[in-house]
Structures are given as structure tokens and as C-alpha cells.
Design a protein around this ligand. Structure first.
Ligand code: 13P
Length: 249
């Protein structure tokens, strides 16, 4: 069975060391379902303090990395550095990186390869724009995004991938995908992995949903057969993150 996975993507939040401490304190004091793999992704500035201040049963993720290991890449952090610093996870291909920082699926695939090669687990984000959904292209878009990774990755490395389906129109909009809409795409992603990688990889890969997940909509989504968890943005900065982690309790 696939272990339920809940990630909290803090994005470029919070804005003070003090509020970062308060967020960690709340999480450290919470009762979390031990059957759930919980990971938070703070801004890179806070990664090392978070590793030492955070309870050990919650993982820590970076929000990006560079595909090269080292060199003249001002402002960047490599997967090698993350791994050496004890950061076990990295979010890659987030729609904000794709849209605002012009990351192509080819680049996201190179980053993914570099991260899994050093031993990181990648939360690989895919998802369609509203106009792509409206023109019936959702499956085609997510398959193309995944396809670049399929091309570069050895099938054995898929153990280190968690796929996050995040429809762009649902991110930060309060417009959550319906359980049926999410399930349909998650199922399509699993079918694609079965066809392009292997049946085993398709069965074992967690496919999590992101986009306006909150304490009131998570339960309905979580019972869908192909939804294996969540990637939470805004609500991960609030006490309700704990309720989302505990949605199956
Ligand atoms: P929201 O939960 O704020 O919609 O963000 C989702 C997201 O982008 C998680 O990576």
C-alpha cells in the first residue's frame, strides 16, 4: 500500500525568523497521524535551522535546486549541497517555477535526475493551465511534463519520486478541483506510468493533489482511490495543516 503523503509548501513565507519559529512550535506540539509521511518545505534560508528545530518524524524539503552539482551559478543551490546538508526532499517543477521563472519540462527533468542521483526524494509537480483544461488538454499536458522525466530517469529511481498533480487554476485561488476531477487526472497519471515505466512503478508511486486544499475539502479528496496525499500551500502556514495531515484519522 502507498503511504499517505502530506507536504506543506511554505513558498516565500513566513517573513520573519520569529514567525518561522512559531510555525515550527505549533507543528512540534501537534499530534500527527503516524501513518502519514509529513514534509514541510520552508524557504532555503531556513532549511538548516528547520532541520535542527523540527521534530524528527517530519521531513524537510527544499523548493528548488539546480541541475549542476557546483559552479558559477549565482543564487542557486545544488542537489549535492542539499543532500550534504541533510535535506532529504526537494520540490521540483512547481507551476510558479515553470511560469514565473520560465522552467521548461526539460529543465525540470534534468533537475529531477540530479536530485534522485544524489539520493533525494523529489516531489515532482505537474498540472495544466485553465485554458488547457477548458480545451480538453489536461492529460496531454501532464503526460508531456512527466514524459521528459520518464526519458531521463532509470525506472528504479521512481521509488524516489512523489508526483504532485497541481492544476494551475486551483493554486492559491480557493478553486479546488472536485474529487472527481482530481481522481480522473490522478488515474490518467497512473495509467501513463504503467504504460511508459512499469506496472510496479504505477502501483507504488504516490500521486498527491495540490491546489486550494484545506481542512474542509481534504477528506472528500483523500478517499479517492488514486489520491495518495496532498501538497498544501496557503493552509500549510495555518493550524489547519495539522487537520489536513490527520484527515484519515
Ligand atoms: P495553495 O494550497 O495555496 O492553493 O497552493 C498549492 C501549492 O501550490 C502547493 O505547492
Amino acid at each position: 500500500a502507498r503511504k499517505f503523503f502530506v507536504g506543506g509548501n511554505f513558498k516565500m513565507n513566513p517573513t520573519t525568523v520569529e514567525s518561522k519559529r512559531a510555525l515550527l512550535k505549533a507543528l512540534n506540539e501537534a499530534t500527527l497521524d503516524p501513518e502519514v509521511e509529513v514534509v514541510i518545505a520552508p524557504p532555503s534560508l531556513y532549511l538548516i535551522p528547520v532541520i535542527s528545530e523540527l521534530r524528527k518524524d517530519v521531513g524537510v524539503a527544499a523548493q528548488n535546486c539546480h541541475p549542476k552539482s557546483a559552479g558559477a551559478y549565482t543564487g542557486e543551490i545544488s542537489a549535492v549541497q542539499l543532500h550534504d546538508a541533510g535535506i532529504p526532499y526537494v520540490i521540483l517543477g512547481h507551476s510558479e517555477r515553470r511560469a514565473l521563472f520560465h522552467e521548461t519540462s526539460e529543465l525540470v527533468a534534468e533537475k529531477t535526475k540530479s536530485a534522485v542521483e544524489v539520493g533525494l526524494t523529489v516531489i515532482l509537480c505537474v498540472g495544466e493551465l485553465l485554458e488547457e483544461r477548458e480545451s480538453g488538454k489536461t492529460t496531454e499536458v501532464v503526460e508531456a511534463q512527466l514524459g521528459e522525466v520518464v526519458k531521463l530517469l532509470d525506472p528504479s529511481k521512481w521509488k524516489q519520486i512523489v508526483v504532485a498533480y497541481e492544476p494551475v487554476w486551483a493554486i492559491g485561488t480557493g478553486k479546488v478541483a472536485t474529487p472527481d476531477q482530481a481522481q480522473e487526472t490522478h488515474h490518467a497519471i497512473r495509467a501513463y506510468l504503467a504504460k511508459e515505466v512499469s506496472q510496479e512503478v504505477a502501483e507504488n508511486t504516490r500521486i498527491i493533489y495540490g491546489g486550494s486544499v484545506n481542512a474542509s475539502n481534504c477528506a472528500q479528496l483523500s478517499v479517492q482511490p488514486d489520491i495518495d496525499g496532498f501538497l498544501v500551500g496557503g493552509a500549510s502556514l495555518k493550524p489547519e495543516f495539522v487537520q489536513i495531515v490527520n484527515t484519515k484519522l
